[in-house]
Write a protein that binds this ligand. Structure first.
Ligand SMILES: Cc1ncc(COP(=O)(O)O)c(C=O)c1O
Length: 417
C-alpha cells in the first residue's frame, strides 16, 4: 500500500485511491481481473498470487482503497457478503470465551452469533449498547474468571461487538468509551461500521481491533452487489482472518468487487444528499400526526443526538419511525409509490421496510416500526409520497404537508386515540 504525502481528505481518497500507475495509454480504472489461477512453479521465485480462493489481484484495489479510508495500516479483506465477513470475525471468539453484542444489532449478526456460540461453546451476553455502564459491567463479567492481558489480539478470550447506530433501532453507543474500556480489559473490539461508513466514523482510530462492513450497502451504493469487508489494525490478525476466508471459501467475485470500487467513488456525494434528505424526513415525521416516535440521531431530541454529534461527522441516512400497529405499518409500506418496499439499505433509491415482518427480528423492536433507508431523490418528492401513504394508512392528514408545522399536541392526541 502506498502512503500519501500530503494525506488527502477522504472525499479525495474515494476518487483517487487504487488507480493504476500513470503511464501513457494506461487505463484510468483498475481492470476486472478474471483468472482463477496464476502462473508460478518451484524455481520461478515467489509469486504474489497463486490460486483465486486464497488471494487475487481482482480484490487488491478495493481492499487497499477501503483500508485507506478506514485508516487501516494493512489492506482490508473483501468477503462474499457482509455476513460472511461477520462470521469470519466471530470465529475469533474461542470456546469458553464470551461475546458481548448489542441486543439490537443487525439480526443476521445476532443469529450468526447464537448459532456459532452453540456450536463452538462460547457465551453470548446481550447488552443495550447505548447503556455504557451496562456494557462495562458485561466486560467485567466476561473477564472476571479469565482476565486476558495478552498483547496478541487473536489470543483474547472475549470480544465486544459494537454496532452504532444500531440496525434498526438507531441506538448510539459511546464508541470511544467502550473501545477504551474493552482495551483496558484485554477484550477484542469489533465494530460494524455499515451505517456510518468511514466518512462518518473511523473506529480503528479509536483503538478498535476490527471493523466490518456490509459493502452491499453504502460503500457499493447501488443495490446491485452483495459483498462484505473486514479491516484490521494488526497484521497478524489479518493473516488469521485471511486464512479463515481461504479455508471457508467465503470469497467475492471479481466483477462484484470491481463494481463496489466503482460505486464507492461517489460515496461522499451520495451520503451528503442522503443525509440531508434523512434530516428533513425525520423532522417532518416527528411533527406528523399518526407517527408515535421517530429515531434519527440528527434530531436534537433524539436520545443519541449528543453522542452522535460528538463522535460522528454526520448522522447517516437511516431513519426509523413507529406507528400504532403492524397493520398500519404494513399499509404504509404498501401505499408508497416512490419509496420501494424492500429490505436492505444504503442504495441511491429510498427503501421502506417493517422490520418485524422478519420472524428473526428481536421482539423488543416495535411491531409498528418502519425503517427508512433514505436515498438521493428530491426530498419533496420523498416526503409527498410518504405523507400520502401515512394519510392513506391512518386517515390522518397534516394541515400543511411538508412544512413540519403540526404541533406535538396533535401527535399526543393521536397516540391517545
Ligand atoms: C448493519 C449490517 N451489518 C451487516 C449486514 C449483513 O450484510 P450482507 O447482507 O451484505 O451479508 C447487514 C445487512 O443488512 C447490516 O444491515
Amino acid at each position: 500500500m502506498t502512503t500519501r504525502e500530503p494525506a488527502y481528505s477522504p472525499e479525495t481518497v474515494l476518487v483517487e485511491a487504487a488507480r493504476p500507475p500513470r503511464v501513457p495509454g494506461a487505463s484510468v480504472n483498475p481492470p476486472v481481473e478474471l483468472s482463477s489461477t496464476f502462473i508460478g512453479t518451484t524455481g520461478m521465485g515467489e509469486a504474489p498470487f497463486g490460486y483465486g480462493r486464497l488471494d487475487t489481484p481482482a480484490w487488491t484495489p478495493f481492499e487497499e482503497a477501503l483500508a485507506e479510508l478506514e485508516h487501516a495500516p494493512v489492506p482490508g479483506l473483501v468477503f462474499g457478503s457482509g455476513l460472511a465477513a461477520i462470521a469470519a470475525v466471530l470465529s475469533l471468539v474461542p470456546a469458553g470465551g464470551t461475546l458481548i453484542i448489542p441486543r439490537h444489532a443487525y439480526q443476521g449478526s445476532l443469529q450468526s452469533a447464537d448459532e456459532l456460540a452453540a456450536r463452538c461453546g462460547f457465551t453470548v451476553l446481550s447488552v443495550d449498547i447505548a447503556d455504557t455502564e451496562a456494557v462495562i459491567a458485561a466486560l467485567d463479567t466476561a473477564t472476571a474468571t479469565d482476565p486476558t492481558t495478552a498483547t496478541d489480539p487473536a489470543a483474547a478470550s472475549a470480544m465486544l461487538w459494537i454496532e452504532s447506530p444500531t440496525n434498526p433501532m438507531l441506538e448510539v453507543a459511546d464508541v470511544p468509551a467502550l473501545i477504551a474500556a474493552a482495551r483496558q480489559r484485554g477484550v477484542l473490539t469489533a465494530c460494524d461500521n455499515t451505517f456510518a461508513t468511514p466518512l462518518l466514523q473511523t473506529p480503528l482510530d479509536l483503538g478498535a481491533d476490527i471493523v466490518v462492513h456490509s459493502v452491499t450497502k453504502y460503500l457499493a451504493g447501488h443495490s446491485d452487489v452483495v459483498l462484505g469487508a473486514v479491516l484490521v489494525g494488526d497484521p497478524g490478525l489479518r493473516e488469521t482472518l485471511l486464512a479463515e476466508r481461504a479455508m471457508r471459501g467465503a470469497i467475492a467475485g471479481p466483477f462484484e468487487v470491481w463494481l463496489a470500487l466503482r460505486g464507492m467513488r461517489t460515496l461522499s456525494v451520495r451520503l451528503d444528499r442522503a443525509q440531508a434528505n434523512a434530516q428533513t424526513i425525520a423532522e417532518r415525521l416527528s411533527e406528523r400526526v399518526g407517527v408515535l416516535e421517530v429515531r434519527y440521531p440528527g434530531l436534537p431530541t433524539d436520545p443519541g443526538h449528543a453522542r452522535a454529534a460528538a463522535q460522528m461527522s454526520g448522522f447517516g441516512a437511516i431513519v426509523a419511525f413507529t406507528v400504532d400497529s403492524a397493520q398500519t405499518a404494513t399499509a404504509i409500506a404498501e401505499a408508497v409509490r416512490l419509496w420501494t418496499p424492500a429490505t436492505s439499505l444504503g442504495g441511491v433509491e429510498s427503501l421502506i421496510e417493517r422490520r418485524r415482518r422478519h420472524a428473526s427480528e428481536p421482539e423488543t423492536v416495535p411491531e409498528g416500526l418502519l425503517r427508512l433507508s433514505v436515498g438521493i431523490e428530491h426530498v419533496d418528492d420523498l416526503w409527498a409520497d410518504l405523507d400520502a401513504a401515512i394519510t392513506a394508512a391512518t386517515g390522518t392528514k397534516v394541515a400543511s404537508p411538508g412544512t413540519g408545522a403540526e404541533s406535538s399536541s396533535h401527535r399526543d392526541a393521536q397516540a391517545n386515540a
